[in-house]
Every structure is written in C-alpha cells, then in structure tokens.
Design a protein around this ligand. Structure first.
Ligand SMILES: Nc1ncnc2c1ncn2[C@@H]1O[C@H](COP(=O)(O)OP(=O)(O)OP(=O)(O)O)[C@@H](O)[C@H]1O
Ligand SMILES: [Mg+2]
Length: 439
C-alpha cells in the first residue's frame, strides 16, 4: 500500500466525523442574512477591489481626515465598522445632529464626560480634563462659593482632548445630513486637532461625485477621500454562496446569477433577497438535511414584493410631481392608458431598464415609444426632470433622482428606486423587447 493510499484511507475514515461536527453548528437565519444591520457571517470582503486595506491604511495614517463616500446602500457603514472593529471609536449619526454644538455634546456624552467640575484652591477634581477645556470654561462660567468653585466644561474641548489623548477615532456617519453650516463649523473645529493627532472618519453619500467635505474647507495634504467602488455581480453573489452554505441550502447557479444581476449593485438588496427566499422555504436555521431552492422559484413575484415594500414612498412623491395650480394634461399612451408628464417620464425611464446614468436622447426615444398622442416637447420633459430632481433633493441627497442640465444626464443613485422602477413601474408593453427579463 503506497503512502497516498494510506493518507486517502485516513481521510476517508475522518470524513464522516468532520461532517458531523460541521453539521452541529446551527446558525439562525437572522444571524446569517442581515439586511439593514451589520452582517458578520455573510460579511463579504470584496475581491475585485481592495477597499478594506485602503480604508484601514488611511485611518492608520496620522494627521489626516478620512472621508468614505459612495452611493446610498453600498455598504459604507458596514465597511467602516468592520475596519474599525479592533479600534476604539465613537460613532455619531449625522442625521441626529442639527449643528456642531449638538454634535460635540453627543460626543462628550458618549465619552461620559461631566458637564462641570468642582475645584478648590488647593485641589483640582477635574481629573484628566485638559487645561484648554477647563480654562475656557473658567473664563466664561466660573461661580464662587467659599473656596470651592464650579466650572462648566466646554464639551468640544473636553471631547477633543479625550479623543486625542486616548487615540479614539471619531466617526460621523451620514455626514451629508448635517446642514451646510454645521459641516463647515465642525471641520473648522477639528482642523487644528487633526494636527495634534485626532482621528476622524466621515461617511457621506457623494452628490454628483462631489464630496461634501472637500467642498467645505481646504484640508490639502490632510484629507484622504475613499470612494466605495460599485459592487460587481461577482462580489454580490458571494453573499448567497456563503449564507445558503451556512444554512445547508443549495441554490441553482442560474438563480444565483439572476439574484446578482438584479441586486442593483446593492449588498442590502442581496441580503434582503436571500432572507426572503429562506423565509419562503421556511428555513429559520441551519437545516439538518440539505434543501435546494427549486429551479422554478418565483423570482419575479419575490422582486415585486420587495420593490413594493421598499421603493414605493419615494416613487409616490416623485410621480405626484410638484404642487400644481392647474390640472396636468393627460397624455394617451400606446398601451391604452394615459399619464401626465411626470408619470410618462418615470415610465419611460423605467422602460430603459432603468439605465443609470441615462442620456436624455435615450429617454426621449423611450418616451416617443411610450406616448401615442400629445408627446411632451423637449422643454416639457427637461422641466419635469428638473422638478423630479428638486423633489428628490427635498427628500434628502440619498433619495431618488438627479438631473444634470449641463451633461443632460439623469442619474438614479438610490438602488431601491431603481429596483422599484424596474419591478413595479416598468410594464412589459412599455419597454424595449431587448430589456425584457423572463421570470
Ligand atoms: N461587505 C458586506 N457584506 C455583506 N453585506 C453587506 C456588506 N456591506 C453592506 N452589506 C449589506 O448592505 C446593508 C447596507 O449597508 P450599509 O448600511 O453599510 O450601507 P450604507 O452605504 O451605509 O447605506 P446608507 O447610504 O443608507 O447609509 C447592510 O445592512 C448589509 O445587509
Ligand atoms: Mg450608512
């Protein structure tokens, strides 16, 4: 018996034991597919791009502010939390902050910093509080009572002092939600402290590729901007591959491909698809016996259900258009129904796929195919697009549609809106045959 045969015999003997041991690890569905939270079991380290090491290196580099930007739902928060997992950090949600003062109050609160300290002539109960914070407070707010004096502390100075001394990273998520003045004031506040070693990471949705930080202040040489690259279908399909594997569920190759193609470059949508498929198949935890997702699993119905739950509120605001004083013209469509200029435009966008970015000429062609009579003139369409972009902006920079009048290009940054247009608005009879997707 050769050495190879002996090794093969030993491996064969051990195999059943290994499988039994593996099967004993039971994972809950909620822990496997995490849509909207921090996934750990199905966290995908992207292979096509080195975004984790790039972000880690930028954070480790002293004396620079790091900004992480990318489209909504592309995984900015998850990526940052993953990269920071071994570091101490304070996390502030930009959406809860009206101005820089509120932001510093929150940081100081999270750091458990007192709002005031008591000092006597001989002792100083301020502990580790930096002289700058205390002195500033002393000048502004000192009150005397005998030999004891109380001092209100300046939250910004106490917070920055602590962050620098203890090497704690400050993260402001959704920085774009802060009002412009608050962003400016905050960046002014930290400019000097970055020089002292303060570590800051700002997460933001970039608007037309414009960074909300870069435009605020010249931090030349002290600023690293990392753009989260779009997810490829290859990286997206790693989510079901890992997750289904952990749950002992197998998924046909064709379905995996369709899921990755339909996820609109969003890991969030992919996690949602997988969760829903498992719920449909009643898989709540790792199965003892393997289960296959049927080849004829009704994907189109799943997509429509998810689209309806997620993209509808945004779409409804857009399709309603701006408040109009007079009633809008109803335009008869080839499909037999009629639509005003907003609905016709959105349906024409949807019929292109929707494609994003979308050149005006492509949209124009799509509209011409859709509308039978009273086809809107070019200036009517561009005016509708401007209004759609305006409504989107009022909903928040990460919502909906953006129209660039210079390049005459429409962009739909929100993957959920693209998904809604694709699965709820796109009608088979409206669309170009080449874009049709069989369920
Ligand atoms: N690396 C990843 N691996 C697997 N799933 C991920 C990954 N990154 C993100 N996701 C999934 O996408 C969801 C959204 O991610 P995240 O909240 O980080 O996006 P975001 O870009 O911060 O969105 P927003 O613009 O709304 O703040 C997560 O809850 C998770 O389900
Ligand atoms: Mg986020």
């Amino acid at each position: 018996m050769g050495i190879r045969s002996i090794v093969a015999a030993i491996v064969a003997l051990l195999k059943p034991h290994r499988e039994t041991a593996m099967a004993r690890t039971v994972h809950k569905l909620d822990d496997v597919f995490v849509a909207g939270g921090q996934p750990s079991l199905t966290y995908v380290q992207r292979t096509d791009v080195d975004v984790e090491p790039i972000l880690a290196k930028a954070i480790a580099t002293p004396n620079q502010l790091v900004s992480l930007s990318g489209p909504t739902k592309c995984g900015k928060t998850v990526l940052c939390r993953h990269v920071l997992r071994d570091r101490e950090f304070i996390w502030i949600e930009g959406g809860q902050v009206a101005n820089a003062e509120v932001l510093w109050n929150k940081v100081a609160y999270k750091l458990n910093k007192p709002r005031e300290v008591t000092k006597t002539a001989s002792t100083d109960s301020s502990g580790t509080i930096g002289a700058e914070a205390l002195l500033k407070a002393e000048a502004a707010h000192s009150r005397s009572s005998g030999t004891e004096r109380r001092f209100e502390l300046d939250p910004m100075h106490t917070a920055i002092d602590h962050l620098v001394t203890n090497k704690v990273t400050l993260v402001v998520d959704d920085f774009h939600y802060l009002p412009q003045e608050a962003r400016q004031a905050f960046l002014q506040n930290v400019k000097g402290a970055i020089f002292e070693g303060l570590k800051i990471v700002l997460l933001a949705v970039a608007h037309r590729g414009q960074d909300p930080i870069k435009t605020q202040i010249e931090l030349v040489g002290r600023f690293a901007n990392i753009a989260v690259p779009p997810w490829t279908p290859n990286d997206l399909r790693a989510i079901p591959e890992i997750g289904f594997g952990l749950l002992n569920v197998s998924c046909p190759e064709e379905l995996l491909r369709r899921l990755a193609d339909e996820a609109q470059q969003s890991p969030f949508l992919m996690q949602t698809f997988c969760r829903e498929i498992c719920s449909d198949l009643n898989v709540q935890e790792t199965r003892l016996a393997p289960l296959g997702v049927p080849h004829d699993y009704p994907l189109a119905a799943l997509f429509e259900r998810i689209a309806k739950h997620s993209g509808q509120p945004t779409y409804e605001k857009l399709v309603a258009g701006p408040q109009a004083r007079k009633q809008r013209k109803a335009r008869p469509l080839h499909s037999g129904d009629a639509a005003d200029v907003y609905e016709a435009t959105l349906r024409a966008v949807a019929a292109t796929g929707p494609a994003s970015p979308l050149a005006f000429e492509t949209l124009r062609t799509s509209l011409n195919k859709l509308v039978k009579e009273k086809v809107p003139a070019t200036h009517e369409v561009t005016s509708a697009l401007k209004n759609l972009a305006k409504i989107s902006k009022q909903m928040g920079v990460d919502q909906g549609i953006d129209w660039d009048d210079d390049s005459r290009t429409l962009t739909i940054a929100d993957p959920y809106l693209r998904f809604y247009l694709r699965w709820m608005v796109r009608r088979e009879r409206d669309e170009a045959p080449a874009l049709r997707l069989e369920p």
